[in-house]
Design a protein around this ligand. Structure first.
Ligand SMILES: CC(C)(COP(=O)(O)OP(=O)(O)OC[C@H]1O[C@@H](n2cnc3c(N)ncnc32)[C@H](O)[C@@H]1OP(=O)(O)O)[C@@H](O)C(=O)NCCC(=O)NCCS
Length: 180
């Protein structure tokens, strides 16, 4: 599939069901880095569960909804970004991100999300982009702040991870706040 260059040796590409084996191997490599924050680090445990996860996004994309992308560094799948939700009619979408520890600190996720927001706002007419994260997830909050998101609220006891109810911060960026 065609890719978008993010930096020397780093590329953003759609992550599709045919890459299930590669995705499963990637999740195995970075599982420990993601477990506290990312539900798929628990549920993607082999090629079959990886395919089911990617197939879910392929179906949502076909219906005009969510999408998922991988970030390859020097040819190795190292992280990714997604539209967890994408509702063009309502003009609202939600972005999600992950990166294995070895690929962090280079601004690759920030650059990838900039492309996604450009497309969402300029091409698809999205008015509001959301970013949700655990209040304890400092790197995620730093990435949202760096991109220009505003922290709007903390939803208390909003979901369950590892059998424990968690709060979630809601960050948002409006189309008129996105620089031309
Ligand atoms: C959240 C997560 C993706 C952030 O990764 P990251 O590499 O820190 O994010 P960025 O791509 O924005 O990179 C920022 C870092 O690169 C540096 N950087 C270098 N060049 C840069 C550039 N051109 N633009 C922006 N930042 C740049 C920044 O200074 C920053 O460095 P720091 O780590 O010293 O603060 C990562 O920590 C992660 O995967 N965490 C676990 C999963 C998770 O929490 N996902 C979010 C769930 S809500």
């Amino acid at each position: 599939m065609f890719g978008l260059r993010l930096a020397e040796g780093a590329e953003l590409r759609p992550l599709e069901p045919w890459s299930a084996g590669e995705f499963a191997a990637h999740v195995d490599r970075v599982r420990g880095d993601l477990l506290p924050w990312i539900p798929f680090a628990k549920t993607v445990v082999d090629e079959e569960s990886a395919r089911a996860y990617l197939q879910g996004y392929a179906e949502r994309q076909a219906a005009g909804g969510g999408r998922i992308f991988g970030i390859w560094i020097d040819g190795e799948l190292s992280g990714g970004t997604l539209f967890r939700e994408f509702d063009a009619e309502a003009g609202v979408c939600e972005v999600g991100v992950w990166m294995g520890a070895a690929g962090r600190g280079r601004g690759l996720v920030t650059r990838a999300v900039r492309h996604m927001i450009d497309w969402a706002v300029r091409t698809r007419g999205i008015a509001r982009v959301e970013w949700r994260c655990d209040p304890g997830n400092e790197r995620s909050a730093a990435a949202a702040r760096r991109l220009g998101f505003t922290l709007e609220a903390t939803l208390r006891s909003a979901y369950v991870l590892d059998g424990r109810r968690r709060d979630v911060q809601v960050w948002a960026l409006l189309a008129e706040e996105w620089p031309a």
